[in-house]
Design a protein. Sequence first.
Length: 212
Amino acid sequence: MKALFIVTRASVLRGLDRFEGIWPATNVQNAKEDLTQRASGCITDQIYKIEKYYNELADKTFINCWHINKEESYSMWKAYSTAGSGIAIQTTVGSLKNAFREHNYIQQRKIIYIDNKVDSIPSGEPEGFFLQKRQCFYPESELRLMIMDAPPWSGVTHQLRRTDGGVLLPIDIKNLVEQIYVSPDAQKWFLETVQGLIDKYDIGIEARNSSI
């Protein structure tokens, strides 16, 4: 079965973390040193142009975030759902990959947690800037699906169907969804509403209350 799946732009995620996709301080310093040795003109202007390029790239990079854990996380429920009306979709890395098997341009990578004042990202990997977060986000244990909208160096010609805040992708829901949980604070009517949607789209599972 096909459905539409929303993937958020990297630049939108800066509303949650202002350092999303931003150069770590060490990368900036390394670039300054490199430009000082081999470039002419104003170093500040050239750094600005490089950072501007990555900011523009953030508007062409689409991300979908997953939490890796064997158990539910109370902190994730609190951070990413409204009390009493949130759901969590359970899947596996293999099922996630299989659900998007027709879209071979999607990267599936674990987030690397760094000290952005000390650590750096390899400059030859533009996508690396969207696959690192500060260490304070480590409890999220994040896996990302990422699409870069036909960057010039890739030679990719796929067309993305854009919508507000992201793009729409056809997926195989039955391959993706293994279980759906409702918020620890959810009332009976909410569970029944979620189950009604599951039945409507013939996903073939039974919604469960959170075990927290």
